[in-house]
Design a protein around this ligand. Structure first.
Ligand code: MRU
Length: 359
């Protein structure tokens, strides 16, 4: 059975509490938008796609039980809930984009001649369920398309990948993005090895990616972030593949802090650097990475290990959760469900797809 970050059936949502992994697999119910906001903020669930999916499904679940009968009141409740969910975490764009698209959809539904609160309720629930289904579908496309691309473009087979943070089933609705590429290469029998970084300060690599790789029996080695350059020099790394929290119009990419230094090191070693991201993580309205808001998280994530302080009281702490990799360091390309594009090609390619899909 594959790992599931989210368990959903109509009227019921539970998330795997990722703070307890790898020691304990506990699913916790999420019955309301407020509870979703809390599990996202506390990082019980994390990863750009998973954040949006849990946010939207929490609204679907709350709509199943909520008593609001009057149409305008229901619309207001939905719009306010979406606005609130967007405030949970600022850097990943997926929740903000989903909120914007779902709000526009609700406005459209509400002005239909025969619209009722029941018809709106049902449409919103189905919209959120579709997001869950489509994410897994898109990740499989990213995985297969990325794997095929690497097999054609990257020298030295089978392929060794270095990855960062967690981008697997736990960060998405299933299969994963960068980890989806790894999964696809593995299932084709073309993966030599994976190096996954610990990903300080929150250790998504050590706690979550290592767990997923062991769970899937994928040959892998954990390294501390500070070992990435020597691994590139000595361990035959064919490509670096990471996920994204927000890819903007010029291809600049916000992802877990530490991604930027990996891209610099990869360029130095002549190793292609790839970002694997669904189009739901692309924000073409921002011209460049300078406009991305970077979340700063509590200092305890740096000063404490397992709830125990390891640093001197009084030391200053800076804890940005993400950094922006400039597009010129994304030398391999951006792997999406629609194909692999250079940062320079991305905007035109996605705009064309959106036009074709009538968005
Ligand atoms: O702070 P997190 O754990 O939510 O950060 C997650 C990442 O940076 C992931 O690499 C990114 O969201 C891509 S997940 C498919």
């Amino acid at each position: 059975m594959s790992l599931e970050s989210v368990r959903y059936s109509r009227g019921s949502l539970a998330v795997l509490n990722q703070l307890l992994l790898p020691h304990e697999s506990r699913y916790e119910p999420v019955a309301s938008v407020k509870e979703a906001w809390e599990v996202i903020r506390s990082m019980k669930v994390r990863g750009a796609p998973a954040i949006a999916i849990v946010g939207c499904l929490s609204l679907a679940v709350e709509l199943e039980s909520n008593e609001v009968k009057e149409k305008d009141q229901l619309v207001m409740f939905i719009l306010e809930s979406l606005e609130f969910l967007v405030t949970s975490r600022p850097t990943a764009v997926n929740m903000a984009k989903a909120a914007e698209q779902l709000s526009a959809f609700v406005h459209q539904e509400a002005v239909r001649a025969n619209a009722t609160s029941e018809s709106i309720r049902k449409s919103v629930i189905e919209w959120a369920e579709d997001l869950l289904r489509k994410d897994v579908e898109d990740n499989k496309k990213i995985g297969d398309c990325g794997a095929q691309h690497l097999l054609q473009k990257v020298p030295g087979h089978p392929i060794t990948i270095l990855t960062h943070c967690n981008t697997g089933s736990l960060a998405t609705a299933g299969y994963g993005t960068a980890l989806g590429v790894i999964r696809s290469l593995h299932s084709m029998g073309r993966l030599a090895h994976v190096y996954c970084t610990e990903t300080r300060p929150y250790n998504q690599g050590a706690r979550l990616t290592a767990y997923e790789l062991v769970y899937e029996k994928i040959p892998a080695t954990l390294i501390a972030d500070s070992m990435a350059s020597i691994a590139m020099k000595e361990k035959g790394v064919s490509a670096v593949v990471v996920g994204a929290d927000r890819v903007v119009a010029n291809g600049d990419t916000a992802n877990k802090v530490g991604t930027y230094q990996l891209a610099i090191a990869a360029k130095h070693h002549g190793i292609p650097f790839y970002v694997a991201a669904p189009s739901t993580s692309c924000d073409l309205r921002l011209a460049d990475g300078g406009h991305i808001v970077i979340e700063e998280r509590p200092s305890q994530e740096l000063t404490d290990v397992n709830g125990k302080r390891i640093t001197a009281q009084g030391i200053g702490v800076w804890n940005p959760a993400f950094d922006v990799t400039p597009c010129d360091l994304i030398t391999g390309g951006i792997i999406t469900e629609h194909g692999v594009f250079s940062p320079q090609e991305l905007q035109a390619a996605l705009t064309k797809v959106m036009k074709e899909e009538g968005k």
